[in-house]
Design a protein around this ligand. Structure first.
Ligand SMILES: *[C@@H]1O[C@H](CO)[C@@H](O)[C@H](O)[C@H]1NC(C)=O
Ligand SMILES: *[C@@H]1O[C@H](CO)[C@@H](O)[C@H](O)[C@H]1NC(C)=O
Ligand SMILES: *[C@@H]1O[C@H](CO)[C@@H](O)[C@H](O)[C@H]1NC(C)=O
Length: 367
């Protein structure tokens, strides 16, 4: 049952990144927007840097006095809370953040939060060690982007920044003490206050996480469909098609298996909440094991049971491919890898689909 829920979820996930990309409207730093009529401090000569592409965060900031810094953060308005944290360590925990949002009725809120621990109950409003200047804070919408303005009274703000965005359409309310719901996505980067440049900080275990992703992408997502293509379209070259199909699928299985095991390592290391991704991965591995076992118990060619065996083997393979593709896109989203991983796999997938369509047409003509 859990697995079925995961599968439905995966199909939704498959579409989600494309919807997100389509709904973004960038506000480039070179656009000449005047905020001075809106904001309580001078915004004319600020550094401007795109600090987080995925969520479209743009940060403007400047030193406004000996112990005064002005900040103006803007992001796509997705009816979520947005936050900018100043972190001593580069981790979320221990940082103090400015968080803002706008209710449907137009009321806006900006507050300092202290992130004592990962748990949402330990993220407290009206706490933290930022010395926020009275009357400098403001949240407003402009060009369908949410903007957070505030000034900090400090000689030098912290360089390690944590940016985060809340779930779609879920805003903190007075009823639950303005508790923040768990972020939908986050990004850590260091900010150079003299050059204005922002540099992403890789979270720990990025290497092992990416290796897991790459191995499963190659195994289940690339080699397996290629092996299927070999079996379906190159039958005229007997027995070459059979040996190449078997060889490719064995490699696919080995890559997938190692990737699967690494997935559990990653889950343990970063304590990830990945129930659907994990369940779908288990379904894929079970199907893969059955496919490998089916190889050894296949009935003789031309016999009646062989017909049913073929039906089973082919359809299990098709289902595996659909699950694998969904889980790969979903995994890229969970890993918060951004557009480059999506694009890379999407291009590879598109090429395989085009090749399959061409070969399918050829097959139909031959029949
Ligand atoms: C707008 O909605 C929020 C949350 O529902 C509420 O706290 C606030 O008082 C409302 N503001 C106005 C002006 O109605
Ligand atoms: C800031 O404003 C609050 C109330 O609005 C006031 O109690 C506090 O003294 C002010 N602080 C400064 C430094 O002006
Ligand atoms: C806060 O800013 C507004 C607008 O600039 C101004 O009218 C108001 O007097 C300020 N209040 C304080 C306490 O500085």
């Amino acid at each position: 049952m859990k697995q079925i829920v995961s599968v439905c979820f995966a199909i939704f996930i498959l579409l989600n990144p494309w919807l997100q990309v389509l709904s973004q409207n960038a506000e480039p730093c070179d656009s000449n927007i005047n905020f001075n009529d809106i904001v309580n401090f001078d915004t004319t000569a600020m550094f401007c840097e795109s600090v987080w592409d995925t969520a479209d965060f743009v940060l403007r900031f400047t030193k406004a006095g000996p112990e005064l810094w002005s900040f103006l953060l803007s992001a796509s308005n997705t009816n979520s809370w947005v936050g900018i944290g100043f972190s001593p360590s580069g981790q979320m925990v221990g940082s103090s953040a400015m968080v803002g949002w706008i209710y449907q009725n137009g009321t806006s809120v900006i507050k300092q939060y202290y992130l004592q621990a990962q748990d949402v109950d330990k993220v407290t409003p009206d706490a933290g060690d930022l010395d926020v200047v009275n009357n400098s804070t403001l949240v407003f919408l402009q060009s369908n982007r949410i903007h957070l303005a505030f000034q900090l009274s400090t000689a030098q703000p912290r360089e390690k920044m944590v940016y985060a965005v809340g779930p779609y359409g879920v805003l903190p309310t007075d009823n639950d003490g303005l508790k923040l719901s768990l972020h939908r996505d986050k990004h850590t980067a260091s900010l150079d206050y003299t050059t204005g440049r922002s540099q992403a900080i890789d979270s720990p275990y990025t290497g092992v996480r990416r290796t897991h992703g790459a191995l499963n992408m190659i195994g289940w997502g690339i080699l397996m469909p290629i092996g299927a293509i070999a079996a379906r379209y190159f039958r005229q070259w007997d027995p070459i098609w059979f040996y190449s199909h078997t060889a490719i699928q064995i490699f696919s299985f080995l890559f997938g298996l190692v990737g699967f095991i690494l997935g559990f390592v990653v889950k343990g290391l970063i304590n990830a909440r990945v129930t659907h991704h994990k369940n779908l991965g288990i379904v894929i591995l079970i199907l893969a094991c059955l496919q490998v076992m089916a190889l050894f118990i296949r009935p003789k060619k031309g016999s009646k049971p062989r017909k049913y065996w073929n039906l089973y083997h082919h359809n299990a393979g098709r289902i595996m491919i659909i699950f694998a593709v969904s889980n790969i896109f979903y995994g890229i989203q969970l890993g918060m890898e951004g557009p480059s991983w999506y694009a890379t796999y999407a291009v590879i997938l598109a090429i395989m689909v085009v090749v399959a369509i061409v070969l399918e047409i050829r097959l139909w003509k031959q029949r």
